[in-house]
Design a protein around this ligand. Structure first.
Ligand SMILES: C[S@@+](CC[C@H](N)C(=O)[O-])C[C@H]1O[C@@H](n2cnc3c(N)ncnc32)[C@H](O)[C@@H]1O
Length: 210
């Protein structure tokens, strides 16, 4: 589909032309995500999927904490190449998927699905529904989804693209068919250019019965 290709080119261009440390969403240490993850006391063999992980340092943290089944999925092959290079030998223990999340075909149950600033790029109701269905099908009953989007007080655009912004009630209602809310937190992200963006992190658990 033409639209998908254009979006993919957008991301390839961003990661090819800019240093990751100069991207607005860059975090030297993904503390907020790790704080949620640490609370869950996941098994080292937990199947973890970072959706739209890009060149994020989350995979560095997860592998250094001993997680053995980490997958990073992103539209941009260039972003994944950068992350792989940084990780060196450790990258061999990670599964890398260069694809659109909407085309994801899970081969096994996910215990922990992480998405910081990828889901909010979906703006059409059909695509948002597709993402929710995918997450519900992929995450095992009792497994977790941590989603971080721009909040309703956050910017209208990210990386030059319009985003969907969410409040707590919006996100909870959106995922309510298959997930229950465990917790949520707003967070101000300081960009490398000293501007501020309000994120909403929400941790959800896959219901055992729909
Ligand atoms: C704002 S960046 C966030 C990167 C990373 N999660 C972080 O927190 O540093 C958004 C990422 O999502 C990826 N992305 C956007 N739409 C996507 C989609 N439909 N499927 C997979 N990845 C996507 C982009 O390539 C980009 O790497």
């Amino acid at each position: 589909m033409q639209v998908k290709v254009d979006v993919q080119n957008h991301w390839e261009k961003i990661y090819s032309e800019k240093e990751s440390t100069m991207l607005s969403w860059y975090q030297e240490v993904p503390d907020s995500s790790m704080n949620w993850i640490n609370q869950l006391e996941l098994n080292p063999n937990a199947n973890i999927l970072d959706v739209g992980g890009g060149d994020s340092r989350l995979v560095d943290k997860l592998t250094s904490k001993g997680f053995k089944q980490v997958t990073v999925l992103d539209l941009s092959a260039k972003a994944l190449e950068k992350a792989r290079k940084r990780l060196g030998h450790t990258a061999l223990n990670v599964k890398w998927l260069a694809q659109n999340i909407l085309d994801y075909k899970p081969s096994e149950n996910v215990d922990f699905w992480h998405d910081r600033a990828a889901f909010h790029f979906l703006r059409e109701s059909g695509e948002i529904q597709q993402y929710k269905d995918l997450a519900a099908a992929a995450i095992r009953p009792g497994g977790y989804l941590l989603v971080a989007t721009f909040s309703d007080q956050g910017p209208l655009k990210c990386s030059g693209l319009e985003v969907s912004r969410y409040g707590e009630a919006d996100l909870e209602a959106l995922f309510a068919d298959h997930f229950e809310v465990i917790g949520h937190q707003r967070e101000i992200h300081n960009t490398p250019f000293d501007s501020h963006q309000e994120f909403l992190f929400m941790l959800l658990r896959r219901k055992k019965r729909d």
